[in-house]
Design a protein around this ligand. Structure first.
Ligand SMILES: *Cc1c(COP(=O)(O)O)cnc(C)c1O
Length: 412
C-alpha cells in the first residue's frame, strides 16, 4: 500500500515535458514551446506560472474564453446527473439543444455530431443522399463543388478535395466526386455546377487560408446560383460562426441563409467536442434510422454544454462585443500597415495579418510574441491569425496590439 499524497505532484518543467513528448507522441503538430497548465478567461498560465494572453482561442473553439462560468456550471451540473446514453435511447437534454440551435440559426433540424470533420463528412453524406432521392441525380454520379485553399478537416474524404499538398501527400487514393474552383469567383462556380451537382460547399470566410474574406456580393451570388441550379448551399461555419465575426453567423453579413450549416468548435464551449449539421427539414429529412450515426453525437453532456453556448449567443452580447472590439482591432492593424505589416484582412474579432517576410516567418513572429506574453498561431508563410476570446477586454486587445507593434519594430 502506498500512502495517499496530497498537493501538487507536477514537478516537471516545461522543457522536460516538451522533450518527454518527442518519443511518445505523433509528430503531426509543431506547437510553440509553451506548456499550458491552467487557464481562465482570456489568460493561460504555463507550468512555471508565466501568464499569456490567448489570442488564438483554440482556433475559435474558445470563443467564450477559458472556463466561462455559465458553461462550466452547465457542465458540472450535467456531470452530476447523466453523461452518456448513446442514441439507442433518448436523453432528456437533446430536444432542447436541437430546438434552440435550430431557432438560433433560423433552420429546422439538427444532426448532432462531435468534431468539425464529422460535421463536414455528415454534410457531404446528406447532400449526396438528397441529390439521389430528391434531385434525381443518377446513382453514384453526384458532384460537390468546393473552393481552392479550403480547410474542412482531416479525414480521407475531406483531404481528397484539399488543395494543400502537405495535407494530401501520401494519403491517397482519394474520394472522387469533388470539383475545385477558385474562391470568390462566381463565374468559375457557375461553370462547375451542372445537373449532377448536389451541393456547393464553402467557408463564408476561409480561416486557415489566412482569414480570406470574399468580395461583397459573393455569398449572395452563391445563394442565388445554388437556388437557380437546384443544388444545396452548404456553409462550413465551424470557425467563422458563433459570434466570431460580429454576427452569429458570418453569412448574416450578407443576409444569406444556407440550406445546410456546419457548426463545431465554439459549439462545445471549449469543454467537449460538439458539432452539428443544421438544415432545412426537406434536406436533413432524407436520413432514416441506421443510415448515419455516432456513439457520442448528441450525448447529454454535449447537449447541456451546447445548450448553454446557444444561451450565451441568444443574448447577442458576444456578437456585439466582437463587432465593437473588431473595430479597435481593425484600427490597430491599420496603424501597423507599412510598419511591419504588409496587409491584413479582418472581420469582427478575427484577423489574418500578413507580416513583412523580411521580418521573419509567421512562426518566428508567433514565437517572438510568445516571449512577449501573447499566444497566436501562424497560418501560411508570413501570415499570423488573431482570434482572441470574444470576452477579451479593450485593454487586453490594445495590449496585444502593442506587443505585436513591439515585435515588428524590433524585427524577429
Ligand atoms: C477546424 C475546422 C474544421 C474541422 O474541425 P475539427 O473539429 O478539427 O475536425 C472544419 N472546417 C473548418 C472551417 C474548420 O475551421
Amino acid at each position: 500500500m502506498t500512502a495517499h499524497i496530497d498537493g501538487p505532484v507536477r514537478t516537471r518543467s516545461s522543457a522536460d515535458l516538451i522533450s518527454a513528448e518527442e518519443p511518445v507522441l505523433a509528430h503531426n503538430y509543431h506547437p510553440l514551446p509553451v506548456v499550458v497548465a491552467r487557464a481562465e478567461g482570456t489568460w493561460v498560465q504555463d507550468v512555471e506560472g508565466r501568464r499569456y494572453l490567448d489570442m488564438l482561442a483554440g482556433y475559435s473553439a474558445l470563443n467564450f474564453g477559458h472556463r466561462h462560468p455559465a458553461l462550466i456550471e452547465a457542465a458540472h451540473r450535467q456531470l452530476d446527473r447523466l453523461t452518456l446514453t448513446s442514441r439507442a435511447f433518448h436523453n432528456d437534454r437533446l430536444a432542447e439543444f436541437a430546438e434552440r440551435l435550430a431557432e438560433l440559426t433560423g433552420l429546422d433540424m439538427v444532426l448532432p455530431m462531435n468534431t468539425g470533420a464529422e460535421a463536414v463528412e455528415s454534410g457531404i453524406k446528406v447532400a449526396r443522399k438528397w441529390a439521389y432521392e430528391v434531385k434525381g441525380v443518377p446513382a453514384d454520379r453526384a458532384t460537390i463543388v468546393v473552393a481552392a485553399e479550403n480547410f474542412h478537416g482531416r479525414t480521407t474524404t475531406i483531404v481528397s478535395f484539399s488543395t494543400d499538398e502537405t495535407a494530401r501527400a501520401g494519403f491517397g487514393p482519394f474520394t472522387p466526386g469533388f470539383r475545385i474552383v477558385p474562391f470568390n469567383d462566381l463565374a468559375a462556380l457557375e461553370r462547375a455546377v451542372d445537373e449532377t451537382t448536389a451541393a456547393v460547399l464553402i467557408e463564408p470566410i476561409q480561416g486557415e487560408a489566412g482569414v480570406v474574406i470574399p468580395d461583397e456580393g459573393y455569398l449572395t451570388g452563391v445563394r442565388e446560383l445554388t437556388r437557380r441550379a437546384g443544388c444545396l448551399f452548404v456553409a462550413d461555419e465551424i470557425q467563422s460562426g458563433l459570434g466570431r465575426t460580429g454576427r452569429t453567423l458570418a453569412l448574416e453579413h450578407e443576409g444569406v441563409v444556407p440550406d445546410v450549416l456546419l457548426l463545431g468548435k465554439a459549439l462545445g464551449g471549449g469543454i467537449v467536442p460538439v458539432s452539428a449539421v443544421v438544415a432545412r427539414r426537406d434536406v436533413l429529412g432524407v436520413l432514416r434510422p441506421g443510415e448515419h450515426g455516432s456513439t457520442f453525437g448528441g450525448n447529454p453532456l454535449a447537449a447541456a454544454v451546447g445548450t448553454a453556448v446557444v444561451e450565451l449567443l441568444e443574448s447577442g452580447e458576444f456578437q456585439r462585443r466582437a463587432a465593437e472590439l473588431g473595430a479597435i482591432l481593425r484600427d490597430g492593424l491599420t496603424g501597423l500597415v507599412g510598419r511591419g505589416v504588409v496587409g491584413f484582412r479582418s472581420r469582427g474579432l478575427w484577423a489574418g495579418v500578413d507580416v513583412d517576410p523580411a521580418l521573419g516567418t509567421g512562426r518566428e513572429v508567433s514565437a517572438r510574441l510568445m516571449r512577449e506574453g501573447v499566444l497566436v498561431k501562424d497560418t501560411h508563410g508570413s501570415t499570423i491569425r488573431l482570434a482572441p476570446p470574444l470576452t477579451i477586454t479593450e485593454e487586453e486587445l490594445v495590449g496585444a496590439l502593442g506587443a505585436l507593434e513591439k515585435v515588428l519594430e524590433r524585427g524577429v
